[in-house]
Design a protein around this ligand. Structure first.
Ligand SMILES: [Zn+2]
Length: 470
């Protein structure tokens, strides 16, 4: 499947922010008051409170929020679970090599410097790691069983204390023959090991499985046919209408490139923001996190999230700033109603997750680490289940990159997501005083509805144009 860049300059903005900001304007009623939904003392308190009040400590002492006592119990709703398991403290790598001096161990050593630095930066996981060389017999083919035997031998040499919390990675050198099926590697978390070739992405991917991550699902408005031709580049609409009309679908894998799956099952490797959807992801770019925002939430409890109930969406003038910088609010989640349309596709869907992402070299700073104040993240959306590691990306309109003006990137908002059941259109913009993006929830019965109409139209125009060109 070919993913084309979605950054279309000039057309990339929503014109005209119509939010009145004048002191002489009459007091604006909250949209819930206007709609007569969920109005009451509690709803009023939620809508009136600073967004900081919603931050809550989620198990880490480092992010205890002082204001948490001010939040009434009605507002304390649960977010997805986050990995409870103690992460492995040691990663023991066995490199299978056909001869000493092949250079495989040196290659692995260099590669692991990058892989582990990327893990530390993205998730905080920083195990001790070591490399041990295992010489194979010339011409010998390693099966899954052989690989497991090597792990068992190595584990037996550890003390009981060390065994607990040590995971193994069996890495096969360049000339080593392996017979493990069609995969380039696999992870067996229950048995405490993974295997992979000498590729940084594959090693990071398998290590991600060891920490509890699954392959991400996806819903996308980029639709291809069985010959991999693009039949729809993009579409915008409420998630309910997109699902109903088939304008958003799970990307299907027809087995064109590789593998043995030509049955038209959902493709598990189309999500570019994570190494768990790794076809398009390159972990060596230190300007990008190696996992998606919901995966980072799952793995790193020091990341802060605000969980919003769908009955109490923020006021339209409330901006929720999301940041990749440690110590700041990282992600906003909306708890979906039980009968939400997304559950027809992903029955486990519990939350919408909005999080900051850096892809390519976003922002004025260009190649700076993703948590550098000079980096200018975009906002992407995901669907998350109760367990926290069931994740799917939600890829809707074409104009989803926050607009840039002449002096850089502080600019107009983009429409990300519209939802009839939540009566909301979510837009993202760039902050005045930092490069961090923010999101806003606009009612479809007001400003959101107007933006929805515009977005629907210009996405359709752009799609008609780019598809008919083919
Ligand atoms: Zn995998």
């Amino acid at each position: 499947m070919i993913r084309e860049p979605k950054d279309i300059p000039k057309l990339d903005t929503l014109e005209g922010d119509e939010t009145p900001n004048d002191d002489n304007e009459p007091r604006k009623y909250s949209r819930r008051e206007v709609l007569g939904v969920g109005v009451g003392a509690t709803a009023g308190a939620i809508l009136g409170s600073a967004i900081g009040d919603w931050l809550r400590s989620r198990g880490s002492s480092s992010n205890t929020n002082n204001k948490v006592e001010n939040v009434s119990s009605a507002e304390m709703i649960d977010g997805p679970e986050r990995s409870e398991k103690e992460k492995p403290h040691t990663l023991s790598l066995l490199v299978l090599t056909d001869r000493i001096g092949s250079g495989d161990a040196e290659k692995l050593e260099n590669m692991m410097q990058i892989v582990m630095a990327r893990f530390r930066k993205t998730t905080g996981w920083a195990p001790e790691w070591r490399i041990q060389t295992v010489a194979t017999m010339p011409g010998e083919t390693y099966t899954r069983e052989d690989i497991k035997n090597e792990v068992d031998l190595s584990r037996d040499m550890l003390s009981e204390e060390e065994k607990d919390g040590t995971i193994f990675g069996v890495i096969f050198g360049e000339n080593v023959k392996i017979d493990i099926g069609s995969a380039g590697g696999y992870a067996s978390p229950g048995e405490g090991y993974f295997t992979a070739g000498l590729g940084a992405n594959t090693v990071a991917h398998e290590a991600g499985h060891m920490l509890g991550l699954n392959h991400p699902g996806a819903l996308s408005t980029l639709i291809t046919d069985k010959q991999d031709n693009i039949v729809q580049r993009c579409a915008f609409g409420t998630i309910q209408e997109l699902l109903k009309t088939g304008a958003i679908q799970q990307p299907i894998y027809y087995g064109k490139d590789s593998g043995n799956n030509s049955s038209g099952n959902p493709d598990q490797y189309t999500v570019p923001t994570t190494v768990m959807g790794h076809k398009t992801h390159d972990i060596s770019k230190y300007s990008n996190p190696i996992f998606s925002p919901p995966e980072m939430l799952y793995l790193d409890k020091s990341r802060q999230a605000v969980v919003i109930d769908h009955h109490s969406l923020p006021d339209p003038d409330k901006k929720i700033t999301l940041s990749l910088q440690k110590g700041k609010l990282f992600s906003a989640l909306v708890k979906l109603p039980g009968d939400h349309a997304l559950r027809e596709v992903f029955p486990w869907a519990k939350y919408l997750c909005f999080g900051p992402t850096v892809e390519g070299q976003a922002g004025k700073g260009g190649h700076v680490p993703f948590d550098d104040p000079k980096a200018a993240p975009e906002v992407r959306m995901y669907i998350v289940g109760e367990k926290g590691n069931d994740i799917a990306s939600l890829d809707i309109g074409m104009f989803n990159k926050i607009g840039r003006n002449e002096d850089g990137y502080r600019d107009n908002r983009v429409a990300l997501y519209a939802d009839e059941q939540l009566d909301t259109l979510v837009v993202a913009g760039r902050n005045e005083d930092s490069n961090d993006p923010y999101i806003q929830f606009l009612p479809l019965s007001g400003e959101g509805g107007r933006i929805l109409g515009d977005e629907r139209r210009r996405n359709k125009e752009r799609n008609d144009m780019s598809v008919s060109k083919k």
